[in-house]
Design a protein around this ligand. Structure first.
Ligand SMILES: Nc1ncnc2c1ncn2[C@@H]1O[C@H](COP(=O)(O)OP(=O)(O)OP(=O)(O)O)[C@@H](O)[C@H]1O
Length: 308
């Protein structure tokens, strides 16, 4: 058995009609991690997840889940993964309890091994166990979807845009549950458009753009790739003429007395930037710096890959 939770090798997908959604994507998801799969709209994330789920046939390449090849051993591969899709899918006339029981039946989980009430408790729906699913709020439905993906106790949980359109409080709740599951040993893969969230939550991040993998690194290393830094300087008098200096990559006037200066942190430091402002005759009243974040890296990488 291999060490990776998911192995993806040379996956290609061309849809009927000719759209090439994936162009030879390869990467591993290490066991025990929270792994982020990021990419702009239409990058191919859902296609990849649907291939893993057995919902879309790949055109070429191979994939395995928990060591089980999805072609050679589809039953075991499927049993090893739980997927929460973007769409909310369940019969509105079943109660949450019945929804989970039916799903457990589909996966052949014996009655004695079912954890229906535990799962409902875990997603804080125990008091809705016997309400009709159609009467649940949007957030409750999403939580039920997560519980549904977990009925067969898969070692890998995939969440495809789980928080799109979800309010902040529910998002926080979902993420704390994801962390809890991960602490219990579940490997989590999530796609999200919220870079900040990926940065906070994920151990490792892969980025897909136009069907190609353009990054796959530990989150910290990826954020470390951002070399741009911004310093906002408040000066002691109105700025008539914006200062010019070779160590500024970009300078913008934000107010009568405020300048936002972008610099490359691998080439100059904040001291040099501030000295350049002072050399222009300004006294410095206040300084605010902003670390480059994943968004900067993401934009730089996707821009570079779009240009290639
Ligand atoms: N069934 C299909 N038939 C034809 N083309 C498709 C099909 N499904 C997706 N595509 C196309 O394949 C590309 C990748 O789509 P996919 O849904 O995988 O992207 P995504 O990264 O998940 O985007 P989003 O974040 O918007 O969900 C897109 O250009 C999309 O239009």
């Amino acid at each position: 058995m291999t060490e990776a939770a998911i192995e993806i090798q040379g996956i290609e997908k061309t849809y009927a009609g000719g759209k090439r959604a994936l162009e030879g994507v390869s990467f591993d998801v290490p066991r025990g991690q929270i792994f982020g799969l990021l990419g702009p709209n239409g990058a191919g994330k859902s296609t990849l997840i649907n291939i893993l789920a057995g919902l879309v046939n790949k055109t070429a390449g191979r994939a395995s889940i928990w060591g089980f090849d999805i072609d050679a051993n589809p039953r075991n591969a499927k049993a090893s993964i739980g997927i929460v899709n973007q769409e909310i899918l369940f019969d509105p006339f079943f109660t949450p309890f019945e929804t989970l029981e039916n799903q457990a039946g589909l996966y052949g989980v014996p009655k004695a091994k079912r954890r229906t009430m535990d799962l409902l408790k875990a997603v804080r729906l125990e008091d809705k166990a016997n309400a009709y699913a159609r009467t649940l709020s949007g957030g409750m439905k999403r939580r039920l979807m997560v519980a549904k993906a977990l009925v067969h106790a898969p070692p890998v949980l995939v969440l495809d845009e789980p928080t799109a359109g979800v309010d902040i409080e529910l998002r926080q709740q979902l993420w704390s549950y994801v962390r809890e599951l991960n602490a219990q040993g579940v490997t989590v893969v999530l796609t999200t458009h919220y870079l900040e969230e990926a940065e906070e939550l994920c151990d490792r991040i892969a980025i897909i753009n136009h069907g190609k993998l353009i990054a796959n690194q530990p989150t910290r290393a990826l954020v470390g790739m951002a070399q741009e830094k911004v310093v906002e300087v408040t000066v002691d008098r109105d700025i008539a003429l914006t200062p010019v200096n070779a160590c500024f990559q970009k300078i913008e006037q934000k107010g009568d007395r405020v300048l936002a200066i972008t610099y490359q942190k691998d080439k100059v430091n904040a001291g040099q930037v501030l000295a350049a402002v002072q050399a222009d005759g300004f006294g410095i009243i206040d300084v605010v710096t902003r670390e480059a974040d994943l968004e900067d890296v993401f934009l730089n990488l996707t821009r570079a890959s779009n240009a290639a």
